[in-house]
Design a protein around this ligand. Structure first.
Ligand code: F6P
Length: 357
């Protein structure tokens, strides 16, 4: 038996541990593992770009190394792949051909919701077995409580916010910190709650400037002259307006809401406002213990599914247990913050504002 494994979409912590866990568990059962380089791009062209993996390769250094040694891609859909001359080609047949050429029985993809949908469609078209391992700092893959990379990003964002606290206090500054996460606010919510932010703005709860001003005034009345505002990059106001732009490839790109809020709030707060963001450090950080464990559990489970001849499955966490779900249940969906759920409830009960009341 032969497994092909690739990492896809934006990088994050824990990917190398997941690839290592798959390789080691597969080798234990006499299964060969091929690592595909640069995600689906490594399967385009005449010759697939891959590397033979073995258990010995996965030293402690490699297992704990940030990002992905296989490389990845988060640009371009193979069904409409830019040809470099302004037009688009369907490259899906090349990918299917190369998977077959390598003699791969099952492809294991490690990626987020966007990559899953694409790889699911390609493998369906080609009659190739697929197993999915969810990863993303956004933690928005549906049908799972946790994706690899999320908690390392939470930890990095939490450290970033905590390191702002003393200086905000000393210099009476309102710190606005912009946090990645695309259309889901999990990362901002978790890190903001952990770091005791005063205001957390997430895409699932439209904000209004008056509510933010009101909250800041109540902070001042309590005798404090500084505040921490955590803002998820894709938040919207009551009219649904977001700060976004289109990249050259037509992808919606976020970034800039911090400066936008500073300009709006600066007029009314009469406070010094500073904006910063941990940016891609949330992706390039080293894996925390929690992500190392999750990556190993998911990697091992993926191999177990192959041994059980259960494919078309995504490994997932439900109520803290490692389970598997049908990829068709996940493809094309994403998981938002439950605005009536425990996390929001806890934050509100601790007097954290979501900028809505
Ligand atoms: O999906 C992961 C993520 O980091 C998002 O949180 C963010 O919006 C996006 O990727 C940024 O992607 P890029 O590095 O292509 O700008």
């Amino acid at each position: 038996m032969k497994i092909g494994i690739l990492t896809s979409g934006g990088d994050c912590a824990g990917l190398n541990a997941a690839v290592g866990a798959v390789t080691i568990a597969a080798a234990q059962n006499g299964i060969e593992t091929l690592g595909i380089r640069r995600g689906s791009v490594g399967l385009m062209g005449d010759e697939p770009d891959y590397i033979s993996l073995n258990a010995e390769k996965f030293t402690h250094d490699l297992m704990h190394k940030p990002s992905t040694f296989l490389g990845t891609t988060n640009k371009g859909n193979p069904f409409q792949y830019p040809d470099g001359k302004g037009a688009f080609d369907d490259r899906s047949d090349e990918i299917i051909r190369n998977i077959k050429k390598l003699g791969i029985d099952t492809l294991i993809g490690i990626g987020g919701d966007g990559s899953l949908e694409i790889l699911h469609n390609i493998t369906e078209k080609g009659g190739v077995n697929l197993i999915w391992i969810p990863k993303t700092i956004d933690n928005d893959v549906d049908e799972t409580e946790l994706a690899v990379g999320f908690y390392s990003a939470v930890s990095t964002a939490n450290n970033f916010l905590n390191n702002l606290h003393a200086t905000a206090q000393t210099h009476d500054v309102v710190m606005i910190t912009e946090i990645m996460g695309r259309d889901a606010g999990h990362l901002a919510l978790h890190s903001g709650l952990a770091a005791s932010a005063d205001i957390i703005l997430i895409p699932e709860i439209p904000y209004n400037l008056d509510a933010i001003v009101k909250k800041y005034q109540s902070i001042k009345e309590s005798g404090r002259n500084y505040a921490q505002i955590v803002v998820s990059e894709a938040v919207k106001d009551l009219n649904g307006n977001k700060v976004q732009r289109k990249s050259a490839s037509g992808k919606v790109v976020y970034g800039g809401i911090g400066e936008y809020l500073k300009a709006k709030l600066g007029e009314v707060l009469k406070a010094e406002i500073r904006v910063q963001s941990p940016g891609h450090t949330l992706r390039g950080c080293a894996p925390t213990a929690q992500d190392m464990i999750l990556a190993k559990q998911y990697g091992q489970k993926a191999v177990e599914l192959i041994l059980q001849k259960k494919t078309g499955r995504m490994v997932a966490m439900r109520d803290g247990d490692i389970v598997d779900v049908d990829v068709r249940e996940v493809a094309g969906k994403s998981r938002a913050v439950d605005v009536d759920g425990d996390m929001v409830h806890t934050a509100r009960a601790l007097n954290i504002s979501f900028g809505d009341e």
